[in-house]
Design a protein around this ligand. Structure first.
Ligand code: URA
Length: 448
């Protein structure tokens, strides 16, 4: 292996690295021959200089090859997953996995922890008392076979290099890079033995790559990686200029996901869940019309089947299934503060990033490698973009560990909720990206 500092310098200077050198550097990190600080520095160089197509291919191949790839063909049915590029209040995976499994498609889902200012599915799941995301491979197969879905993290067995890089990027400001995000997501997904993949690529100020042009490039990059490696992949550009739903913070989001599974919850969360569920079913070979697919997904939320499937999943992964129907059993923060509008006006924006950053600062995410997270802290936003509010009306609740953190949370709400004349919101789902190109997605045609 080349001396690590030479590779860091070469990338810093904008050189294209030799595949063998790059592979040895990445493998050296996993083996302990490259230090954390060297990898952090290298990742920052990649963030500024990028990777060309061949370097990206080495990244994906090495990350994928750092662990096992699953062969799930014995299931004899479609295996479809969904992955989001990361947002604030994005609890979609917790609803989608049991919902789509209930509709006959296997969902072997490998997720991440909170990354930067965004929340992570694993942290949300671990808010459920007893829930285990670190299953052995044997148990992974058992749960998938019996429940139809399973939700785990990158492990020592699958995509361990992503697990290390993901944690490091989260605390070193090296997340917002198209090749690093694409390699991270696609290496995990390609290891899952899927027959199809749906990607939720966030656009707007709360996304890692908020600018639509960059989000589109990220979507195209990931679709190309999936298709080249034999996994039919499609991506949707979805709004992250506001939090998704009302809850931000692990246990609060988990509770909101359960509400959605029970047929309720915020309209935008349900709308996105139904949209992505239809996409997963279609990729799984279901030939019903778009309206038909949306209808079966919505009905499955409304008649309690998705909720019961979630109870089975929670039980199978060691959690307390009673919390699914009784989310008030989830961890609760000792301090709650209600934040009210200090004037009358129209809510022009609810900025997601200050809320996501505040959750991390309040202990609900990680500032350093290995930090524990407090599942109970966060926000429930009680207003929405475009609402006319009166002075004194409730804007949000802050859930915090103590009064000092609650004050910081209150400040975040006042920063995030903007008053003004022109309320503008991105369409919830704007574009679909497939191997054949990019097409606009029309707005919802029916009320679900
Ligand atoms: N999700 C991932 O798995 N990796 C990223 O880099 C961003 C979002």
């Amino acid at each position: 292996m080349k001396v690590p500092v030479r590779l860091i310098e070469a990338k810093r200077n904008g050189e294209v690295l030799e595949p063998a050198d790059l592979r040895a550097f990445l493998e050296g990190y996993l083996a302990g021959a490259v230090e954390e600080y060297q990898m952090a520095s290298f990742l920052m160089a990649v963030l500024f200089r990028g990777l060309d197509a061949r370097e990206l291919d080495v990244f994906v191949t090495t990350m994928l090859g750092s662990g096992a790839s699953l062969d799930l063909s014995y299931l004899g049915a479609p295996r479809i997953d969904k992955h989001s590029t990361g947002g604030v209040g994005d609890k979609v995976s917790l609803v989608l996995a049991p919902l789509v499994a209930e509709l006959g498609v296997y969902v072997p889902m490998m997720s991440g922890r909170g990354l930067g200012h965004t929340g992570g599915t694993l942290d949300k799941l671990e808010a459920i008392p007893g829930f285990r995301t670190d299953l052995s491979l044997e148990r992974f197969h058992e749960v998938l076979r019996s429940v139809g879905c399973v939700m785990i993290g990158q492990t020592a067995d699958i995509a361990p290099l992503d697990r290390r890089l993901y944690d490091l990027r989260s605390v070193t400001g090296t997340v917002p890079s198209i090749p690093l995000i694409a390699a991270s997501i696609m290496s995990k997904k390609l290891a899952e033995g899927l027959t199809g993949l749906v990607l939720d690529v966030k656009v707007g100020s709360g996304a890692f790559l908020g600018d639509p042009t960059q989000a589109l490039e990220l979507a195209r990059t990931m679709v190309a990686i999936g298709e080249t490696r034999g996994v039919p992949t499609e991506a949707y550009l979805t709004a992250m200029d506001r939090p998704l739903g009302a809850a931000v913070g692990n246990a609060l989001e988990t509770a909101e996901a359960f509400e959605c599974l029970a047929g309720g919850g915020p309209g935008e969360l349900r709308e996105l869940v139904v949209h992505l569920a239809a996409a997963m079913l279609r990729l799984g070979g279901d030939t019903r019309s778009e309206a038909g697919l949306r209808g079966v997904a919505a009905a499955c939320l409304d008649d309690g089947r998705a909720l019961r499937r979630m109870e089975r999943l929670v039980d199978a992964q060691g959690g307390d299934p009673a919390v699914v129907a009784a989310p008030d059993r989830l961890p609760r923060a000792p301090v709650r503060r209600v934040i009210r509008a200090d004037r009358e006006g129209t809510v022009a924006a609810i900025l997601p990033r200050p809320l996501g950053e505040a959750v991390v600062a309040m202990g609900g995410g990680r500032s350093r490698l290995g930090d524990d997270v407090d599942p109970a802290v966060g926000f429930r936003v009680r207003t929405r973009v475009g609402a006319s509010v009166r002075a004194g009306e409730v804007l949000a609740e802050v859930h915090a560990a103590d009064d000092v953190a609650a004050e910081a949370g209150a400040h975040a709400i006042r920063t995030a909720v903007r008053f003004g004349e022109d309320a503008e919101a991105l369409p919830l789902v704007s574009h679909r990206v497939t191997a054949s190109g990019v097409e606009p997605v029309p707005g919802p045609t029916e009320t679900l």
